[in-house]
Design a protein around this ligand. Structure first.
Ligand SMILES: C[S@@+](CC[C@H](N)C(=O)[O-])C[C@H]1O[C@@H](n2cnc3c(N)ncnc32)[C@H](O)[C@@H]1O
Length: 213
């Protein structure tokens, strides 16, 4: 039989559930988060995610903030704790991950709008309309492959507000520097905010508006 290996980005993970709790200790908060088999880094908070949470500039106090590819929600819950007046969104293709993100937001007393999306970035029928985002945080799914990753970033970066910003964490050996060059070439100026333990923290802004002829 030639069955496909399960991935953390499957819409409905076939892996049997194996729930556990991971602790996230940051300088400004400590969170207990429920994880599961079939979601990204279910055994511990991913070191790249941790780098972003420790080094990203403070999020805006208000506006629409997005955790793109939320997994069980460590970024979304942190955003909502740091910016309690903002509207925090979280999206993922993995239904189990989105359910955990909702659960973790409720368990940590914060509000997060967690939405399952398809690979094209659309919510389910009758789902919400996404606003323009003032901030996107993401540990993007590099393992979906370059073509799919570029499509994913194009879709969601296009939804940045004109003065918005995205902060991405990417492993250097998984192509962080070539991704930064590609983003800049596509019209999203990208700069390196930090580099640690094999990860790059990238800041991406919408390019200048096109000048009318
Ligand atoms: C590297 S994981 C990061 C998860 C979580 N933010 C964390 O830091 O633990 C990337 C996430 O992107 C999700 N993903 C994959 N393809 C996606 C897509 N097209 N749209 C939205 N999320 C996607 C995966 O299911 C996975 O949860």
């Amino acid at each position: 039989m030639n069955e496909r290996a399960p991935h953390y980005f499957d819409a409905q993970p076939a892996t049997p559930s194996r729930r556990r709790t991971v602790e996230l200790h940051l300088p400004d908060m400590s969170l207990s988060l429920t994880t599961d088999a079939g979601v990204f880094s279910g055994d511990r908070v991913d070191p790249g995610t941790r780098l972003l949470l420790q080094q990203a500039p403070p999020p805006p106090a208000e506006g629409h903030l997005l955790d793109l590819g939320c997994g069980y929600g460590p970024m979304a819950v942190t955003l909502a704790r740091r910016s309690p007046r903002a509207e925090v969104w979280a999206v993922d293709v993995n239904e189990r991950a989105v359910a955990l993100c909702r659960e973790n937001a409720a368990a940590n007393d914060v509000r997060v709008r967690a939405v399952t999306v398809d690979a094209e970035g659309s919510p389910p029928e009758a789902g919400p309309t996404f606003p323009a985002f003032d901030l996107i945080w993401s540990n993007p799914p590099i393992r979906i492959g370059k073509v799919a990753l570029h499509a994913l970033l194009r879709t969601w970066l296009t939804r940045l507000a004109p003065d918005g910003r995205a902060v991405l964490v990417v492993q250097r050996h998984l192509g962080a520097d070539s991704l930064a060059a590609w983003l800049t070439a596509q019209g999203w100026p990208t700069e390196r905010l930090a580099s640690r333990a094999g990860y790059r923290l990238l800041s991406v802004t919408p390019g200048p508006p096109a000048v009318a002829p």
